[in-house]
Each structure stands twice: as C-alpha cells, then as structure tokens.
Ligand binder design. Sequence first.
Ligand SMILES: NC(=O)c1ccc[n+]([C@@H]2O[C@H](COP(=O)([O-])OP(=O)(O)OC[C@H]3O[C@@H](n4cnc5c(N)ncnc54)[C@H](O)[C@@H]3O)[C@@H](O)[C@H]2O)c1
Length: 255
Amino acid sequence: MSGLLVGKRLLVTGVITDASIAFSVAKLAQDNGAQVVLTGYGRLSLVERIARRLPQPAPIIELDVTSPEQLAGLADQVREHVDGLDGVVHSIGFAPQSCLGGGFLDASWEDVATALHVSTYSYKSLAMAALPLMSPGGSVVGLTFDATKAWPVYDWMGVAKAGLESASRYLALHLGKKGIRSNLVAAGPLRTMAAKSIPGFEQFEQAWTERAPLGWSLTDQEPAARACLALMSDWFPATTGEIVHVDGGYHALGA
Ligand SMILES: NC(=O)c1ccc[n+]([C@@H]2O[C@H](COP(=O)([O-])OP(=O)(O)OC[C@H]3O[C@@H](n4cnc5c(N)ncnc54)[C@H](O)[C@@H]3O)[C@@H](O)[C@H]2O)c1
C-alpha cells in the first residue's frame, strides 16, 4: 500500500450523503493508505448505505456530538476497531432555520445555543473524547466557512464558525504540549445537505462561480478533502492553529 496516509488511523465524523465533505475525506484517505473509522449521527442506516460506497469497509460508531454519554463511550468503541488514532476529522455543523437566511436579529438564544453547541463547542468535545487514543504527531482537523466576514445569509452559523476558528486556536494552544495539532480548512461553497438547508445559499454559489480567481466547482469536494488529508499527514508537522483556505482564492479578494 502506498499513499500520503499509509499506516494512519483516522476517525471521520460527518458522513450523511456521498456529497458530504467527510465522505470525500474518508474515500481519499482509504485510497491513500489510511484505516478509517466513521461516526454517524441520526439516520445510521443511511450512513451505513453511503459507507458501502467507500473503497473499503469502514466501521460506523453512533455519535451525537452533543451527547455526553456517547462522547464518554467513544474511545472504547473506537478501540474495538483500531489501537489508536493519528487523525480526527470534525465535519459537523448544524443551525436551526431561525438562525440562517437573514434571521440574525430575531433568532432566540435557545436556537443560537443549539447552533453553537453542535457547530462550535463540539470541536473541543470531539477532540477530548478522542484524546485518550492520540499520541504526539496526532492531528485534529475541522471545516469552517471563512468567518472573518459577515455574509448575507449565514447569520448565526457565521458566528458559530468564528467561534470554531477561535476554538481551534485554543485547542492548538492546549494540545500543543501533547504534540497534537489542530487546524481548519476554510472551504468555499459546496452543494451538500448542510448547504441546502441555508436559505439563499445560491448567493454564495453565484459569487464564487463568478469571482474565485482559480474558478470554483460547487460539486467537487475533493480539493477540501485533500487539504484535510494533507493536514493529517506528516507534511505539516509544525503547523497548528492554522486555517487553510480551499476556496479558489476567493478570500484574498477585496470587495
Ligand atoms: N458545504 C459547504 O458549502 C461548506 C463550506 C465550508 C464549510 N463547511 C462545513 O463542512 C462541514 C461538513 O458539512 P457538509 O457541507 O459536508 O454537509 P453535510 O450535511 O454532508 O454534513 C454535516 C454533518 O453534520 C452532522 N451532524 C449534525 N448534527 C450533528 C450532531 N449533533 N452530532 C454529530 N453529527 C452531527 C450531520 O449528520 C452531517 O453528517 C460542516 O462543518 C460545514 O459547516 C461546509
């Protein structure tokens, strides 16, 4: 077996369809020699069906990232399949409808709290749940959507992503002494189930399609997945607290 991730054992969250960024990560990781364990949320039979499309079988562990019980049991369940973890992928996001599509001024705290719990705090929760299996050289990677700007319809999800970006830096700070890295990939817009739940998402699609310096495909998850793989490989050994933009260069533009 050859490839970027030969011998690496990865935990990949967030597969729900074959358009999920996590699906591309899992597929490419297997193609590059990694052993992949998946977690699934909610519709587990659907996750099982999608996982059958991977090049190799991958075990699936149920994980609601807001469940303290499931987080507490995660390491033991992962150990049934692999004896340690070299990489953990957080590819999870959710916000109630009130938080998106222009609802910024009216969304309730309860709804915003849900968005922050699932999309922001969970990055730390997942890393801590996996920590007993990790050793120096390990890598945690998450997915963000450039949170340095206020986007037209992203609203509280944008705030959640700003928090995620900060949380990744703090994780880098606190896990650095254990030799574990934390980095994010800031992807451009991709047509996934999560994206479809954002009213007005086509505004992003149009902006990227028209303006990204390198051009942008709304249906090609592979560039973002490749960056996740690179960050879990041995080729970014001294990089942590970083955000790698995989957006066709859109973030570099002025108004
Ligand atoms: N699609 C885009 O345009 C885009 C751009 C930049 C970043 N991202 C980010 O990429 C990540 C993956 O999203 P995607 O676009 O692949 O969409 P997706 O819908 O395929 O994946 C989102 C995943 O989050 C999971 N999830 C939701 N609530 C959960 C919970 N409580 N516990 C565990 N899992 C839960 C879902 O089951 C799903 O698998 C998200 O963080 C998203 O914000 C997406």
